[in-house]
Design a protein. Structure first.
Length: 687
């Protein structure tokens, strides 16, 4: 129930603070009948008890019925919602095909439908009053209490339109029934006279309610927001695909307002799906198709309609409605939607053998889910008169059953779409678990030294600036590198042989690969869409492998990993290749190192002269190099050569395709690549 900013309400003063007393006063027995009482007791008697009749209670406490009447409240626009909801009830019941909304420059708003029209004949319980007057002036009256008249409706308590009448300066109701037109006017809830018979109306049927809010109630202004009324009117057309909403607004009210036409017509044959497509235009979706549908007579009630899409980047949301009433605070029907989506996704993942989906939670799924949900049920229960939250217990079961059965079929009939969705949601779940592990590590490091993964020998500098991480192959090379490094700024992480080819492996293998998880934890910057450059623990990441074919292969696998999981690490210039020597050439006291065969021949021709024999030693791997040699040739900043890994702008668009072609799980693509470059390979052999 809405409350004012003041805990005790706008009209009730807060109690004064009690003054401290030395001793509590003694209680005395109440005076016997006939004896004198205190002055306070005399002032508080039977005459102090006031009974509010008719619409007086609504005018005195409007917040109880429509929400806040303040400048930031929804009360003013809630009046319009009550009137258009009555018209929608006629459309949902099958008696009206169109609704007209007219926002006038004079402060009046009118809503017209072509339904059955409010009855105007005398009411049997209240002689001298028409049914129209009873509905407009007495709370808890209306046709919504009779299920034969309205099977499902938004009005439950018979308060809505009478509250509009009570809180309006002027209300005019026109009713066209039996080819005759009737009219009655009200001022601040009081009829100005009985129902008048205006005359014949052979081409008209239905009800028109024209009202102007009371400035005595809405002291901060009675000007409606045309943009808000426009959206509210359009939403009704989305919620009931069979109705046509005709919008009209005085042009002078639209000055400075964009996106709201003076006249428009809303009719959406696909209902909620049409809305979701419009709202998602330009956004990237996980699946090419939306999941939408409608089940009539769901659970023996009216119907359940939904439209669901999954975003790759944008945050998800759920917009729900019950009997066309927006339930901004959700409720049991939204609970049924969440349960259905999660259970159906997990059941499908189990059928296709994806065991990782077991760790998916509702939050993982709903974080990327955009959903529209509309239910029509008999006798719904809301948390308050404003109907912001549905609390009907049965609604959860009705929605869950309707949506789960449909989603099970949709996933089974669209295997490629289903696989995309399962993989995407599982990846979000794994990322959530990774972030939790990172938080746990950060929390532990606040009280004790951080335990780094694998066999990482970290540097002593805490700042990333100026620090380097050498990724080397094997424990032997790692041992030499650890002795050759500058302990203050150079860290070493040995790897065991060739790492996983992430281009040819699924996400499950990546998640289970301990070497890559250790590498990711050592870097500290996250993977995939959650990469954070500010959290990278080192300024340079240097791949240092043997100067042979196997070393080149390991380097290619590592570059592929970084490009697929941390492309921004490459784009921002953090990734390098070390250039260790392949040969050591010695002549007497002179020693030089050659990176490859071509460099060796160049040194033999230019540096070594005379007849003295040149000893040529070939390094089988970094592990065979003495720490001093490794430092001198590969790790010393003053003498080493580093190759920076970059992606040229003109190559950027084709890079992902090239990585997939050369490193993916299709060997025929690599074979074709080799064939296309056979001439180039022959030239290298000739050289």
């Amino acid at each position: 129930m809405p409350v004012s900013d003041d805990l005790f309400g706008a009209d009730e003063p807060a109690p004064a603070k009690a003054k401290p007393e030395k001793a509590a006063p003694r209680r005395t027995a109440p005076p016997a009948p006939g004896k004198s009482a205190t002055a306070d007791e005399d002032a508080y008697g039977a005459s102090s008890i006031r009974v509010l009749e008719g619409l007086e209670a609504i005018r005195m406490r409007p917040g109880m019925y429509i929400g806040s009447t303040g400048p930031e409240g929804d009360g003013l626009h809630h009046l319009f919602a009550e009137v258009i909801d009555n018209a929608m009830d006629e459309a949902v019941a099958g008696h009206a095909s169109f609704i007209e909304v007219d926002v006038g420059a004079d402060g009046f708003v009118s809503v017209t439908d072509n339904g059955r029209g409010i009855p105007v004949d005398p009411h049997p319980q209240y002689p001298g009053k028409s049914a129209l007057e009873v509905i407009m002036t007495m709370i808890h009256s209306g046709g919504k209490f009779n299920s034969d008249v309205y099977e499902t409706s938004g009005g439950l308590h018979g308060v809505g339109v009478s509250a509009v009448n009570a809180l309006s300066e002027e209300v005019e109701v026109e009713v066209a029934r039996g080819r005759e037109l009737y009219r009655q006017r009200f001022r601040r809830g009081v009829p100005e006279g009985p129902v008048q018979h205006v005359g014949p109306a052979p081409n008209r049927r239905g009800t028109k309610v024209r009202f102007k809010p009371d400035s005595d109630i809405f002291r901060h202004g009675i000007a409606f927001d045309p943009k808000r009324l426009f959206k509210m009117s359009r939403s009704k057309a989305y919620l009931f695909r069979g109705v046509e909403i005709r919008w009209k607004c005085a042009p002078q009210l639209l000055a400075g307002i964009t996106g709201v036409p003076a006249e428009d017509v809303f009719k959406f044959p696909r209902g909620l799906e049409d809305y979701l497509r419009s709202a998602s235009e330009g956004l990237e979706l996980v699946t090419d198709q939306m999941f939408s549908g409608k089940v009539d007579r769901a659970g023996g009630h009216g119907s359940v309609e939904w439209a669901v899409a999954w975003f790759t980047e944008n945050e998800g949301y759920v917009s729900s409605y019950c009997n066309t009433i927006p339930t901004r605070e959700g409720g049991t029907h939204e609970q049924g939607l969440r349960i259905a989506l999660l259970r159906s996704l997990k059941d499908h993942a189990e059928r296709i053998g994806n065991k990782r989906a077991g760790q998916v939670t509702t939050e993982d799924l709903m974080a990327c889910t955009a959903a529209m949900l509309s239910v029509f049920i008999r006798e719904p229960e809301f948390s308050s008169q404003t109907k912001a939250k549905l609390v009907t217990t049965e609604a959860s079961r009705i929605v869950e059953q309707a949506i789960k059965d449909s989603l099970d079929q949709w996933l089974a009939n669209s295997p490629s779409q289903a696989l995309k969705l399962v993989d995407f949601v599982v990846e979000r779940a794994e990322e959530r678990l990774r972030r939790r592990a990172e938080r746990d590590v950060a929390r532990k490091s606040a009280t004790r030294k951080l335990r780094l993964p694998g066999k990482l020998a970290d540097c002593s500098n805490n700042a990333a600036q100026g620090s380097e991480l050498f990724i080397v192959e094997g424990d032997s090379a790692g041992g030499s590198a650890k002795q050759a490094r500058d302990r203050a700024s150079q860290a070493v992480l040995p790897l065991r042989g060739k790492i996983l080819n992430v281009a040819a492996a699924g996400r499950d293998k990546l998640a289970q690969n301990q070497q890559l998880q250790d590498l990711g934890q050592a870097l500290g910057c996250g993977m995939g869409a959650h990469y954070r450059d500010d959290d990278l623990r080192y300024e340079k990441i240097i791949i240092m492998t043997d100067a042979d074919v196997d070393g080149a292969h390991i380097a290619s696998l590592l570059i592929t990993f970084f490009w697929r999981q941390m492309p921004r690490l490459i784009e921002r210039g953090h990734l390098y290749l070390a250039a260790p020597p392949l040969y050591r050439l010695t002549q007497g006291t002179k020693s030089f190192y050659a990176r490859d065969d071509a460099h060796k021949d160049e040194l033999l021709a230019s540096v070594f002269k005379g007849n003295q024999k040149v000893e040529i030693g070939r390094f089988k791997g970094l592990g065979e190099m003495m720490p001093a040699q490794l430092k001198e040739t590969t790790m010393d900043r003053k003498k080493r050569v580093l190759l920076k890994v970059t992606v040229a702008d003109e190559e950027r668009a084709d890079t992902s395709g090239s990585v997939e072609r050369l490193m993916g799980n299709k060997p025929e693509a690599r074979f074709a690549f080799i064939q296309e470059r056979a001439a180039f390979a022959s030239e290298l052999v000739d050289i």
